[in-house]
Design a binder for this molecule. Structure first.
Ligand code: CA
Ligand code: CA
Length: 952
């Protein structure tokens, strides 16, 4: 039984993103077949254990070997960096780096588990086929358990995840319920039988009920019973694919095309109902990989080449920051210098974490250090740095000179430069050498991260370039009176520099006068409340009064008003609940202002809801069919936060706000994974140049919930089930990195946005009515414009040739009878189709068409045929003799599988023990009345089980 159990374990990918989107991920380069730059970081929550370092070396050394073979001798890991947290003791052989590298590492070792997958390795942030993911998550349990964890050999496991992370490959085992539609995709109906989802078809195994171990049956609807799984034989002779049944011992390669010229050992199974086929248009792993830059221009090496990586061990130390401020003459324009002074003061006084070392430098035609690096440990340290801030401007602009000055300042300690941050504030108008381009190589070599805040210059692109090249972020402040970016961008720069991070609760612009006060409510949730500060930034700050009324009616008033900022601090830990902010003025003219609220977690180290954002691209080429995708992850710890209200608004644009969804259609790769997304269309923009997106994530009606493990288990199969928990009302704000618009024209755009590709087409039932086959198809509606609105028409095609429907679907027969009218995007749709000729397997696709005739891409392909295979229709069920041990193991396993496979949220209401006993009793009862397919007893049991355990 243990063999079966181990055999079924599968790996998973959770989310997604693209090459240019991962603004803060460290760069990886390829030269002479070797990857350089792979960074593995250990969370500071993991206590010191030097054996873990050796385990990581073992894993990556094994992975390098597997990678080399699987890539046809084109790639291996040449240089690998392992980053230790600063809580670990430092040895002389370690290289010290500044700040936290963990949040930019490709592989993150963390024992905090995503409750949906637990100890199963996964890649966070996968989005589209061929696009890179955010990071790979591994637990120390997995690293030490190795093959005994049951996922396969360690090198194979790592490379399976690498396929997700680096090349944007998807799983080739069964992918289920991606969009919350109930129907089986562990199997596909072809040539008279239900075939298991696998790649390649050489993988041998058995189809069994995962609860009972019995051979599977089909239901009254003609589809495999829901608990039926395919279990690969561990000793199968198949060698592909690593993205499929990687736990088979001989697995060592990726699948190639589905053509007969590809031998059966490597031939892609393009019909299988898995995510690889759904997301990648039925293309094999190799067809996707060959388009990746990693495989361009390579010369395969010798098979006997030694692929052992060189490892560097780094250890994190406190963050070092050089604040670099432009004091050239052009900074006088629009009061840039005084705004910069205000924001920089606030940054030093209220945002930088204790323990951070900060220096201040300025530049015009030359750079100057105006305050050497100082480690902040008190309020007077902060004041001292503020005193050094520049107040006068003049001269020309050499940004390169400023950058070099900061490099020198940062290099003044033994800690080394790497990971140090330059925070550059400038209008970007370079007028004198050295220019940014001149010093770029020095920056790159040093490992210093450059974050840039551009004031008011929409057209400059150099700043974004140097930020990206260094792994930093670039922000753009439009100078509009209602912009909140100046404060937000400083906060964003330090959000990840300390494990005691700054959390932005609110950021909002307003205007007021003597006759019009500003009233606003904010929520301080129960996970935050320490160091809570409310601030009003206004050029007329001397004329305004602010009062904040807490949930217990305590009134807090300003503690100081200086540098144009009026500050209210909530003492100690702010009580959780709703706060009413009231701002008044005696001035008769309208005064613009910005409200910012920030706080920290109530108890250091506790988890809180956090947003992270990335874009599909940092450039938007204006045009009627252009889109840029914005992705926002809402996580509490590692747990996805569901049912949030997430919006993205273009800073400085009235009412240009898009709603993000976690609904598994269009831009959203997977439903209910806590990653929300939306397309930003060209009609959201009104000019060329830089733009900033402000993201708001909130729960104002107490709906949002997280998934939570019922209890943690360190023994196989690791799960005792999931429950959900309301997270309570909260609000958060973050900025995205800037997005640059090109080719803007003022001409009105016509609707040239086609409906999204449908990726959720499934069979709900297959039944023989006389000599005709009746099937019900199920899918999720998409919109008129990708995933927005309502499409006008569905276009179904049917063929008995798979290759024809894959390559020329528009040449196939159109289904015309009773085709449903599209519903609103996200709705569940179904369609009853009667097929007259049931002698051959039929393949069906659908696309949506909008009101101006724009045609979406054809959907994933569904196959259907009359079921003739006796092994799926047999009345006899060869049940195994269940022991209590196996049942309890298999219940837990089933929960594991259902969670991983179905992607559903499980909810076990009664205790585990009671559930197990009940299940055992039910199984015993069932076993006494075996064999009747679709018996009411079985249905009753499954209905019970479903209702007891699942929420969808
Ligand atoms: Ca999602
Ligand atoms: Ca349209």
């Amino acid at each position: 039984m243990r063999i079966i159990i181990l055999g079924i374990l599968i790996l998973t990918s959770v989310l997604l993103s693209s090459d240019t989107t991962v603004a803060t991920q460290l760069p990886i380069t390829v030269s002479q077949n070797g990857y350089s730059g792979l960074t593995v970081a250990i969370s500071d929550s993991i206590s010191e254990n030097v054996a873990l370092i050796q385990k990581l070396k073992d894993w990556i050394t094994a992975a390098s070997r597997v990678l080399y073979k699987a890539s046809k001798y084109q790639l291996y890991y040449k240089d690998v960096t392992i980053v230790l947290p600063k809580t670990w003791s430092i040895q002389s052989s370690y290289k010290k780096i500044s700040g936290l590298k963990f949040s930019r590492a490709h592989v993150r070792i963390d024992d905090e588990e995503n409750p949906v997958v637990g100890k199963v390795p996964y890649v966070f942030g996968q989005t589209e086929c061929g696009k890179q993911g955010q990071y790979m998550h591994l637990t120390t349990y997995l690293l030490f358990a190795g093959e005994l964890a049951g996922f396969g050999e360690i090198g194979d496991v790592f490379i399976h995840e690498w396929g997700h992370l680096r090349w944007g490959l998807f799983d080739e085992y069964a992918s289920f319920e991606e969009a919350g539609l109930e129907s089986p995709s562990a199997f596909y109906l072809d040539d008279g039988t239900w075939k298991p989802t696998r790649c390649t078809e050489e993988v041998t195994g058995r189809n069994i009920n995962m609860f009972t171990g019995a051979p599977c049956t089909v239901t009254e609807d003609g589809i495999p019973e829901k608990d039926c799984v395919f279990i690969a034989d561990k000793d199968s002779s198949a060698t592909a694919s690593l993205m499929g049944q990687q736990n088979v011992l001989k697995m060592e390669e990726f699948c190639d095309t589905d053509e007969s010229s590809t031998g059966s050992k490597l031939r892609h199974n393009s019909q299988a109902a898995n995510n690889q086929n759904i997301k990648c248009n039925s293309r094999s792993a190799w067809e996707v990989m060959r388009e990746h830059d990693d495989f361009k221009g390579n010369t395969p090496g010798s098979p006997s080449f030694d692929t052992t990586p060189d490892f560097t061990i780094e250890v994190e130390t406190d963050q070092r920051i050089c604040l670099l401020l432009d004091i050239s003459g052009s900074m006088q324009k629009n009061n840039r210098n005084s705004k910069m002074y205000t924001a920089a003061s606030n940054f030093l006084l209220n945002m930088v974490a204790d323990g951070t070392s900060v220096g201040v430098a300025t530049f015009n035609n030359i750079g100057r250090v105006v305050h050497e690096m100082l480690t902040i440990s008190s309020q007077s340290d902060r004041q001292q740095l503020v005193t050094s801030l520049p107040t006068t401007t003049g001269g020309t602009t050499s940004i390169g000179a400023g950058l070099l000055t900061c490099i020198t300042a940062l290099n003044s300690s033994s800690e080394g430069l790497e990971g140090s941050m330059i925070y550059l504030v400038t209008d970007g108008e370079e007028s004198r050498a050295p220019y940014i381009a001149d010093v770029q190589p020095v920056i790159t070599t040093s490992g210093v991260i450059v974050n840039t805040l551009a004031l008011g210059n929409e057209s400059d692109t150099q700043l974004g370039g140097i930020s990206r090249a260094s792994g930093g972020q670039s922000f753009y402040y439009s100078e509009d009176e209602d912009s909140t970016v100046l404060t937000d961008a400083f906060a964003a720069a330090v959000a990840d520099t300390s494990s005691d991070m700054l959390i932005q609760i609110e950021s909002k612009s307003f205007s007021l006068s003597s006759t019009q006060s500003f009233e606003h409510s904010i929520t301080i949730d129960a996970t935050v409340g320490r160091d809570t500060i409310l601030q009003i930034t206004s050029s007329e700050s001397n004329d305004i009064e602010i009062s904040v009324t807490g949930p217990d009616q305590t009134i807090h008033t300003e503690i100081n008003s200086t540098f144009g900022i009026t500050t209210v601090k909530i003492p100690n830990i702010a009580q959780s609940g709703s706060y009413k902010v009231s701002v008044t003025t005696a001035s008769n003219s309208m005064i613009p202002g910005v409200l910012n609220v920030q706080s920290k977690v109530r108890v250091p180290g506790e988890t809180t809801a956090r947003l992270s954002v990335w874009l599909s691209d940092d450039t938007h080429v204006y045009g009627s069919d252009s889109t840029t995708v914005v992705y926002v992850a809402v996580l509490k710890g590692m747990a996805p936060v569901l049912k949030c209200d997430v919006t993205a608004s273009l800073e400085g644009y009235d009412a240009s706000t898009v709603q993000l969804h976690d609904n598994g259609i269009g831009s959203d790769s997977r439903e209910n994974d806590g990653i929300y997304s939306a397309y930003v269309f060209s009609n959201n923009f009104k000019r060329n140049g830089r733009h900033t997106l402000k993201i708001s994530g909130q729960n104002t009606n107490n709906r949002a919930e997280i998934l939570k493990s019922k209890e943690k288990s360190n023994t196989f199969p690791y799960y005792s089930g999931l429950t959900t928990e309301l997270v309570g009302n909260f609000q958060r704000v973050i900025l995205s990195s800037e997005i640059s618009v090109t080719n803007y024209t003022a001409t009105q755009l016509t609707d040239n946005i086609k409906p999204a590709k449908i990726t959720t087409l499934k069979l709900k039932s297959v039944q023989l009515k006389g000599d005709k086959l009746q099937i019900i198809l199920l899918w999720k509606a998409i919109g008129d414009d990708l995933d927005v609105g309502t499409a006008s028409e569905y276009d179904f095609r049917i063929s008995d040739s798979f290759s024809k429907i894959k390559q020329q679907p528009e040449q196939c027969t159109k289904l015309t009878n009773n085709v449903p009218i599209p519903k609103l995007a996200g709705s569940t749709e179904q369609y009853l189709v009667t097929i007259d000729d049931d002698s051959l397997t039929k393949y069906i696709v659908v696309r949506a068409i909008d009101d101006v005739g724009s045609k979406g891409d054809y959907s994933n392909i569904v196959s259907v045929s009359k079921l003739t295979d006796p092994s799926w229709t047999s009345e006899a069920i060869n049940t195994v003799n269940l022991t209590e041990t196996f049942v309890s193991g298999s219940l837990a396993l089933a929960i594991l599988l259902v969670m991983m496979i179905l992607g559903l949220c499980l909810k076990v209401r009664s205790s585990k023990t009671n559930d197990q006993k009940k299940l055992i009793n039910e199984k015993k009862n069932q076993n006494q009345k075996p064999g009747k397919r679709g018996s009411s007893n079985k249905h009753h049991y499954r209905y019970e089980y479903k209702n007891r355990n699942y929420i969808v």
